[in-house]
Ligand binder design. Structure first.
Ligand SMILES: Cc1cc2nc3c(=O)[nH]c(=O)nc-3n(C[C@H](O)[C@H](O)[C@H](O)COP(=O)(O)OP(=O)(O)OC[C@H]3O[C@@H](n4cnc5c(N)ncnc54)[C@H](O)[C@@H]3O)c2cc1C
Length: 464
């Protein structure tokens, strides 16, 4: 077979490395961070990569991640469970208003292991690094790309990577898995490549999270993500009897910045009757804030031609969104799976590979990005309207009807879970005849249903 260099040895770089090594490639992973994962994954929470901001933010794995793991990475889901991941079953959150609670064929697709990011990643690292064909070099920073001296139609062909220590590595394919701050586009341009197409915006959310531990995992009395006018609550179960509670708001709502204060955070959570019990554990962190999370998408085929060959961006380095839907790892895993297929089919023909990689990326993962951007813009607009004392923008009648139907119809509820968990795109689910028919049958109440959450005026009193 051939050789591959993966720049970036976090979750998606490691998953891609394992898949390609299992196909017979010799894979070298360069990871700038020198810290090795601890031998016992649960210790990763306290000791590993403490400087990486998103490492100690809430992470959820979702059924689609498990789905890819089952298909491509035998034993990974078991290794995650063995390290103490919580086995979540999304159907357990079926609203009480759904009367038909009988199981359906395929319900097992909604089950998945999940946990805290450092612990998940420590399991993945151990799983990947045991492979003889994978060489993970920690503490080695990639600083640029190498190219062939000849270009075809002015398109540079990447042949390797330059490292900070001056060493050079040659490969048949260079994978960029350097995450949302990747410098790879500039490196390609330094080789004479045209710039990729870039879309970028700040989604405008700010997150405040506290982690807890305790003998009893809190039960769900609502879905994990609950909107409340100008803020949302996200509650996630983790590994080894831990869980996280997140409040997030629009960055343009400075009055709510005091969520950062532990007392304010707790007061607001206590005022949410369906989630207050998630505070009933031992806090294992203070309130951890995170803002400035850019949404960014890059496309490396411009006007029908690749900007470079011998190169593929995967995971967050290709596109990243704000994390309110918790999909980055699941989407990245789908992307790594698509990369494996593209490499199998096309690596021998660089131009065809680049075009096929672009096409499969657009087909299988770009819709997740676009849907997320649309959802986020709508949610931020809601939050800011409430801040300004205005009515939130009206939702489409179809969207309102779907929201009503999913609270009473078991099949529409499952359809909603498929969309939330990245098992299917909304555009596919919503056009299924059964779902269309069921949604068309519901009557949407004239006044919106008021969720049991503090209203804006109560919220401002709570934080004052
Ligand atoms: C607040 C927050 C909450 C989130 N919650 C969720 C969630 O619930 N569920 C979910 O699925 N996703 C979530 N995400 C998104 C998720 O974290 C990302 O999608 C995921 O980390 C992407 O993985 P990656 O491997 O592509 O990139 P990264 O995790 O960013 O890894 C990139 C790696 O590249 C290395 N690197 C960078 N430059 C170099 C270089 N020059 N040379 C060598 N190595 C380099 C870095 O050290 C790093 O290890 C969240 C993100 C944030 C910010």
């Amino acid at each position: 077979m051939g050789s591959v260099v993966v720049c970036g040895g976090s979750m998606i770089g490691l998953l891609a490395a394992a898949m390609l090594a299992d196909d017979g490639f010799d894979v070298t992973v360069l990871e700038a961070d020198p810290d090795p994962p601890p031998p016992t994954p649960v210790d990763a929470w306290d000791t590993w990569r403490r400087g990486v901001p998103q490492f100690r933010q809430p992470h959820n794995l979702f059924p689609r991640f498990r789905d890819v793991a089952d298909a491509e990475l035998p034993g990974l889901a078991d290794a995650l469970r063995a390290a103490g991941m919580f086995t979540e079953n999304m159907l357990a959150n079926m609203p009480p208003s759904i009367n038909d609670r009988s199981s359906r064929p395929g319900d097992e697709r909604f089950t998945y292991p999940t946990g805290r990011r450092p612990v998940i990643e420590a399991v993945v690292a151990a799983y990947v690094e045991q492979r003889p064909r994978v060489d993970v070099r920690r503490g080695v920073k990639a600083t640029g790309l190498l190219a062939a001296t000849d270009t075809v139609d002015g398109v540079p062909h990447v042949t390797g990577v330059r490292c900070a220590d001056g060493s050079e590595l040659r490969a048949d394919l260079v994978i960029d898995a350097m995450g949302r701050r990747t410098p790879a586009a500039e490196w390609l341009q330094a080789l004479g490549a045209r710039p990729p197409e870039v879309q970028s915006e700040d989604s405008g959310f700010i997150y405040y999270t506290k982690f807890f531990a305790g003998p009893e995992m809190p039960p769900y009395m609502s879905g994990p993500l609950m909107p409340a006018e100008s803020f949302s609550v996200l509650t996630l179960r983790g590994d080894n009897d831990t869980w996280s509670v997140t409040l997030f708001t629009a960055t343009g709502d400075p009055a709510l910045k005091s969520f950062r204060d532990t007392d304010v955070f707790d007061r607001v959570m206590r005022a949410c009757p369906l989630q207050a019990h998630w505070l009933d554990g031992t806090p294992i962190t203070d309130v951890l804030p995170m803002a400035g999370v850019l949404d960014r998408y890059r496309r490396f085929v411009v006007d029908g031609a690749p900007v470079a060959t011998g190169f593929a961006a995967v995971g967050d380095s290709w596109a990243c969104t704000n994390p309110s839907a918790g999909r980055g790892l699941s989407v990245g895993a789908v992307h790594a799976q698509a990369l494996r297929e593209t490499v199998r089919d096309h690596l021998d023909e660089p131009r065809r590979f680049a075009l096929a990689w672009d096409a499969v990326t657009e087909e299988r993962v770009a819709p997740f990005y676009r849907n997320q951007i649309a959802d986020d813009r709508a949610r931020v607009a809601d939050m800011l309207a409430v801040r300004d004392g205005l009515e939130p923008p009206a939702r489409s009648p179809q969207s309102l009807a779907f929201q009503v139907a999913m609270m009473s119809d078991p099949d529409v509820f499952r359809a909603a879970l498929e969309m939330a968990s990245c098992l299917a795109f909304p555009q596919d689910v919503l056009t299924r005849p059964l779902i269309r028919e069921r949604v068309a049958q519901v009557t949407v109440p004239e006044a919106p249903v008021q969720l049991p959450m503090p209203r804006r005026s109560e919220l401002l009193e709570l934080i004052s």
